[in-house]
Design a protein around this ligand. Structure first.
Ligand code: ADP
Length: 499
């Protein structure tokens, strides 16, 4: 049904990667088994660097979602995971972490092949998946309840309990990072139905297999492949799902929230951003320029926290833009498997067209194109690193998330003006501030409406630190202690103790 179509020898795969891909099928994972769609239908998986079809994956529909949810529900109801001793849950999650490490080269290959990411970036994603698994492996023994103070004729204890069946719906930009949303839900005792993006079905299958190998009982994690409109929508409306944890675009986030309403599912939304990257005239230029570049060229700009609005204080403006453009113009654009590549492809032809549409809009709105602006080559879906200067914050390219290697530079004069511009978007995921003035750094953190503020650094992430947005970048927090509250609920048990 769904095997590798391209000879793996055409790719510089690891030994394990070549072996796995030669025989892999990218089906659903239900009750611990890789299975085709009930309809037998499949869809094409493309390598973004060549545009070639490299595999086919099972095209899930509502009947496959029914099977996955039923399996997850059985697993939750019979307690095969949630009633396991917390220490034993921790042991098995740690075993999963060890297996992820053992298969790191394979996970890296899968990310590069179906996600198109640079191998270097993929190694980071895999390590992040391992780190997050280690972090969440420590939680089962620490999710404790409380004993509230109440009048003496009663006794009350409040316990923190799992929610039930959690749908984890994820995007394509960081394939190995899908592990994070899954282990978070599992550490709290839930069962999970994972819906990977249709562009990147590979990693989820391996994750489903590794969970079983780690001793997480079959059915506790099920995977359904398929498009958002079919498998995704069926999952978001399914009455057997208690919670949706969604990462993706704001447009789809709105659809998910509405789809969850009739059955009042709990929802966590980690959506897009249009993050300001603010450089004050007193900043150290070199690290700030490197930070600005990699905040937008990293992942080819397909990262929710991309610092896609570069705000530069006027006295530094021209020199700073020269530094960024000078260091960006000779970047090596190429496939993720090539170690010399510094900027990889976009995920799909549709994404390339979307970026081209925004670049044309920027030109039409009167911004100055000072670098790039075009597709790179005619094989695969590459786009040049692109810089617009003279951008006004009202322009579409400063307001809408492009999700591509496009930087919009906006000059500013005063500190207050910087914060005003920074906050004047519908998003609020992250913000970066570059200054050597300590008091200004604190003022900036207070002034910026964002879930994360980075000072003299950018895109730092750690499993111990909560992550999420404000405004239309979503709500709820992943990572850190706060995420435990997203995947549990509190039960209060009252007892009459006076006679
Ligand atoms: P993008 O537009 O960047 O592909 P999306 O936010 O549309 O990102 O997709 C993120 C995830 O949401 C993917 O797994 C996708 O299949 C899923 N998805 C898309 N549309 C829907 C929908 N209507 N209901 C549920 N899931 C959806």
């Amino acid at each position: 049904m769904t095997s590798m179509l391209v000879d793996p020898l055409h790719y510089p795969l690891s030994e394990e990667g070549a072996r796995y891909l030669a025989s892999a099928t990218f089906g659903h994972v239900i009750e611990g088994k890789v299975v085709p769609s009930i309809s037998g239908e499949t869809f094409a998986v493309h390598d973004p660097a060549t545009g070639l079809q490299v595999a086919r994956a099972a095209a899930g529909g509502p009947e496959d979602v029914d099977a996955a949810v039923a399996s997850a529900r059985r697993a939750f109801d019979d307690g095969r995971w949630r009633f396991l001793a917390p220490l034993e849950q921790e042991r098995r999650l740690r075993r999963l972490s060890a297996l992820l490490t053992e298969h790191a080269a394979l996970l890296t290959d899968l990310d590069v092949l179906d996600g198109g990411v640079l191998k270097m970036y993929s190694r980071f994603l895999v390590q992040f998946a391992v780190d997050a698994t280690d972090y969440y492996a420590g939680w089962p023994t620490k999710i404790a309840g409380t004993i509230p103070r109440v009048p003496r004729d009663v006794a009350v204890y409040a316990t923190r309990e799992p929610l039930g069946v959690c749908a984890v719906i994820v995007p394509w930009n960081a394939p190995s990072a899908i592990v994070v949303g899954v282990v978070m839900a599992l550490a709290c005792g839930n069962s999970v139905v994972l819906k990977p993006a249709e562009q990147t079905p590979m990693t989820a299958v391996l994750l489903g297999q590794l969970c079983v190998e780690a001793g997480i009982p079959p059915g506790v994690l099920n995977v359904v492949q398929g498009t958002g409109e079919s498998a995704g929508a069926a999952l978001a409306t399914h009455p057997g799902v208690d919670k949706i944890s969604f990462t993706g675009s704001a447009e789809t986030g709105r659809i998910i929230q509405a789809a969850a309403a009739p059955t009042l599912k709990r929802v966590t939304l980690e959506l897009g951003g249009k993050s300001p990257f603010i450089v004050f005239a007193d900043a150290e230029v070199e690290p700030a320029a490197m930070g600005a570049m990699y905040s937008v060229w990293g992942g080819s700009g397909q990262v929710c926290t991309a610092g896609s609005r570069l705000l530069v204080q006027r006295p530094l403006h021209d020199a700073f833009i020269d530094a960024v453009v000078g260091a960006s113009k000779d970047l090596t654009i190429g496939p993720g498997f090539d170690p010399s590549s510094q900027l990889g492809p976009l995920i799909s032809e549709a994404q390339l067209e979307r970026v081209q549409r925004y670049v044309a809009l920027g030109v039409a709105e009167g911004a100055q194109l000072v670098l790039g602006g075009s597709r790179h080559g005619d094989i695969g879906w590459f786009h040049e690193p692109t810089v617009f200067t003279g951008v006004r914050n009202e322009m579409t390219i400063a307001q809408e998330e492009i999700f591509g290697p496009v930087m919009s530079v906006i000059p500013f004069d005063t500190e207050e003006e910087a914060y005003e511009i920074a906050n004047a978007v519908e998003f609020g995921l992250a913000a970066g501030v570059w200054t050597t003035d300590l008091a200004r750094a604190h003022r900036a953190s207070r002034a910026l409406h964002a879930g994360t503020v980075w000072v003299n650094t950018y895109q730092e992430v750690n499993p111990t630190v909560s992550y999420g947005g404000v405004k239309q970048s979503g709500y709820g927090r992943t990572l850190g202690e706060e995420s435990i509250g997203e995947f549990t609920t509190v039960k209060s048990t009252w007892m009459k103790v006076s006679r």
